[in-house]
Write a protein that binds this ligand. Structure first.
Ligand code: 13P
Length: 275
């Protein structure tokens, strides 16, 4: 089954509103004519509204980096699915390892205290996934192992647990329409992407787990991206893998030229496969 790849930029805590709007104006003409690829940009919450106005009706979809599951209430600092819909979001990233408090670079400013502050768990991920789906937002659910888990041979078990717990109680039809991003934590922001064949293998494991829980048809329709130091240099090799349906791009998505090259790679590969 042909799945349209999705290249999504996760800007994390980068770019002012002015910078975000300027990027959107620059990106649109570069990707407007590209076929067989979907594109999304996930700016910080402050830039969502302004970017939503620039991207409305265009080839590039808008995504948020996180949300809370309630519609409104006394939840200081949180943003609800209703608010994301209002500003034009189609996608919302859920359970990114940085939100789960699973960091690849422990020597940075992030430490056990900040981890506790962010603190997404499989249970909160599940609540957010259900809330996103209930509000017609497409969740991009992030899973992936830390380096010590990989070294201990636990990669497959870790992603299996995250998938099963994160998608509990979701219908097969809903799972088919969402996106999963396999992001090995040790590959995020390190410049050391996962080997393409190994990323393909783990994504195959994720598809098998989804197939066992939700049926083969659902597993074949579900898009599963790779994320972790994807760049214009390694995108072609990663995106050529049969199980990899696009990328969740961090650092390289901040530069419009680099991001465009990754989108172009996905479009070319998708055409090669289908022709
Ligand atoms: P990098 O591409 O900077 O490694 O970040 C990946 C990521 O975390 C995307 O969500």
């Amino acid at each position: 089954m042909a799945r349209t790849p999705l290249i999504a930029g996760n800007w994390k805590m980068n770019k002012t509103v002015a910078e975000a709007v300027s990027f959107a104006h620059d990106l649109l003409p570069r990707v407007e004519g590209l076929n067989k690829v979907e594109v999304a940009v996930c700016p910080p919450a402050t830039a969502l509204h302004a970017m939503g106005e620039v991207l409305a009706g265009s080839k590039v979809a808008l995504g948020a980096q996180d949300m809370f599951w309630a519609e409104q209430g006394a939840f200081t600092g949180m943003i609800s699915p209703l608010m994301l819909k209002e500003v034009g979001c189609k996608y919302v990233i859920i359970g990114h390892s940085e939100r789960r408090g699973r960091f690849g670079k422990p020597d940075e400013t992030l430490n056990s205290e900040t981890a506790r502050v962010f603190g997404d768990t499989d249970a909160s991920v599940n609540l957010k996934v259900k809330a996103a789906l209930a509000h017609d937002l497409v969740p991009i659910v992030c899973v992936g192992e830390m380096l010590d888990e990989r070294d201990a041979g636990n990669t497959d078990a870790v992603v299996e647990k995250q998938i099963k717990a994160g998608l509990e109680g979701v219908s097969p039809e809903q799972v088919a329409g969402m996106v999963i991003a396999y992001e090995p934590v040790w590959a995020i922001g390190t410049g050391r992407a996962c080997d393409a064949e190994e990323a393909n293998r783990v994504i195959g494991v994720i598809r098998r787990v989804v197939g066992e829980a939700f049926g083969q048809e659902t597993a074949q329709r579900l898009r599963i991206q790779y994320g972790g130091s994807m760049s214009e240099k390694n995108a072609h090799e990663l995106l050529s893998q049969p199980e990899i349906d696009g990328g969740l791009v961090g650092g390289a998505s901040l530069d419009v030229s680099r991001f465009t090259l990754i989108v172009q790679a996905a479009s070319v590969i998708a055409k090669e496969v289908s022709s």
